[in-house]
Design a protein around this ligand. Structure first.
Ligand code: PDD
Length: 279
């Protein structure tokens, strides 16, 4: 692969970052993941806006203008002949002597790489996912998309150990979100329930699009927390994320959701998303 590092296009084996980089030492970095289908960027402007918000929360200056950033995204797709998969972007505060205080004049490190992966025809979208619930022991600024991903990684491993595909995280009896996706349920009357935005969860870009599409299709949307029990009793459950679109959940811990097959409403939202966001 050809990767982008601080203004240079390099073979992946030649792209090097300092051991003093604060992304490496302090997880002092933010990231974005944008899906690519048929060589096109999906929901790009949402991801670009959230990137700016994460940077401003941490006081890191964006190394490129908005136009240049879009050009780099388009360029990396072409250089890697990426048809379907994702673009990963990371910006760290940069390298300096190790100190908890932010360095005064570190140059941010900007990295982009691509990863090919089936998104539209991901086999999991046909079968649905089984979920294990795990306590949400992350920090309280989950709205900032930082690279502090150790706990979500531990939670996913715990879910896999328990025979599930992935984890939903639970705080005070309510689902916050998945290890790397937004959690949603559909009630028997067809209402979509998804947690409202706060510091407790990442403000998902796919979530925002799915809510718009659901409302546009005449569905009622309730933005409020839902408990593990409410999710287990729901007609449908599903996740959204850049690389999953909307993917059904068919089991939460020991409880089968609905009839144990991917539900029609999640399927419809997934279809609407792929028809409208791939334009
Ligand atoms: N994860 N919540 C968390 C904790 C996430 O990490 C993600 C995305 C989402 C969904 O956000 P969006 O719809 O904007 O992708 C929600 C990315 C894909 C990842 O870490 O790979």
């Amino acid at each position: 692969r050809t990767v982008y590092l601080n203004g240079a296009w390099l073979p992946e084996t030649e792209a090097k970052v300092s051991v003093f980089d604060r992304g490496f030492l302090f997880a002092d970095a933010i990231y974005e993941v944008t899906a690519v289908i048929g060589g096109k960027l999906i929901d790009y402007y949402g991801h670009a806006a959230r990137l700016q918000r994460s940077l401003s929360e941490l006081g890191i200056a964006c190394p490129l203008s908005e136009e240049a950033l879009l050009d780099v995204h388009r360029d990396i797709v072409l250089r890697n002949h990426l048809d379907e998969g994702l673009i990963y972007l990371q910006i760290s505060r940069g390298a300096d002597d190790r100190d908890f205080a932010y360095p005064v004049k570190a140059e941010p490190t900007l990295v982009l790489f691509t990863q090919a992966k089936p998104v539209l025809n991901n086999p999991r979208s046909q079968t649905g996912l089984s979920i294990a619930t795990v306590p949400d022991w992350r920090w309280e600024r989950r709205d900032i998309k930082t690279v502090q991903l150790l706990y979500p990684s531990m939670a996913k491993m715990e879910a896999i150990r328990r025979g599930a595909d992935d984890a939903w995280l639970v705080e005070d009896g309510f689902i916050t979100e998945g290890s790397a996706a937004t959690a949603h349920i559909v009630k028997a009357d067809g209402t979509l329930v998804t947690r409202g935005l706060s510091n407790a969860l990442l403000h998902g870009i796919t979530r925002a699009s799915i809510i718009d599409l659901a409302r546009g299709a005449g569905m009622t949307v309730e933005e409020r927390p839902f408990s593990v029990e409410e999710a287990q009793e729901a007609a449908e459950a599903f996740i959204t994320s850049a690389t999953n679109f909307a993917t059904s959940v068919i089991k939460i811990d020991d409880v089968v959701i609905g009839d144990g097959k991917p539900g029609p409403i999640a399927g419809k939202l997934r279809r609407l998303y792929s028809e409208t966001r791939l334009a």
